[in-house]
Design a protein around this ligand. Structure first.
Ligand code: FEO
Length: 175
């Protein structure tokens, strides 16, 4: 019976747990960005609202990618409980500062996961998380470039409107 249980999953309990913890982080990111989208919409920052709505969708896709991987390898993915999502934010710039902080935190999490996979000799999962690590390069880059707009354009006068209009043009070509 014990052997049968072991055969059921290709993931160790440790790796399954850290992947489930990351499912929760991605779900938290998704909910946070949706909250930011609503706040931006309320502030009349329509492009930023769309930007964050799209980010929220992407984070949910990340969550599902991890979720499906856990189940496909014989583990049990856990639908996470998400709490402490703010409804209010201090400032336009602050929202993007928090975005960059969140993305840097996510990068650190995936670095830790890769490290644990390496130590556990789980090279299949190690390989799986490389996609996320590459994705993080883009997400941090975009957040940093958007923050630069606040310095270059400034928020005075029509500045906020200009920043909102320009930030959707920030793209990452990976070169
Ligand atoms: Fe899924 Fe932006 O990390």
């Amino acid at each position: 019976m014990k052997d049968l249980l072991k055969l059921k999953s290709s993931l160790t309990e440790e790796i399954e747990n850290i992947l489930n913890a990351q499912v929760k982080v991605e779900a938290h990111s998704s909910a946070l960005y949706l909250a930011m989208s609503s706040w931006c919409d309320d502030q009349g920052l329509d492009h930023s609202a769309s930007f964050f709505a799209k980010q929220a969708d992407e984070e949910r896709a990340h969550m599902l990618k991890l979720f499906n991987y856990i189940n496909n390898r014989g583990g049990r993915a856990v639908s996470p409980e998400i709490t402490n999502i703010p409804t209010d934010f201090e400032s336009f710039r602050g929202v993007f500062e928090q975005t960059l902080e969140q993305e840097m935190f996510v990068t650190e999490q995936f670095n830790n996961i890769a490290d644990r996979c390496m130590k556990a000799k789980d090279y299949v999962t190690f390989n799986f998380v490389q996609w996320f690590l590459e994705e993080q390069v883009e997400e941090e880059y975009v957040a940093r470039r958007i923050l630069e707009l606040f310095d270059v354009i400034g928020e005075e006068g029509t500045g906020r409107w200009e920043i909102d209009r320009h930030l959707v043009k920030v793209t990452f070509d990976g070169e």
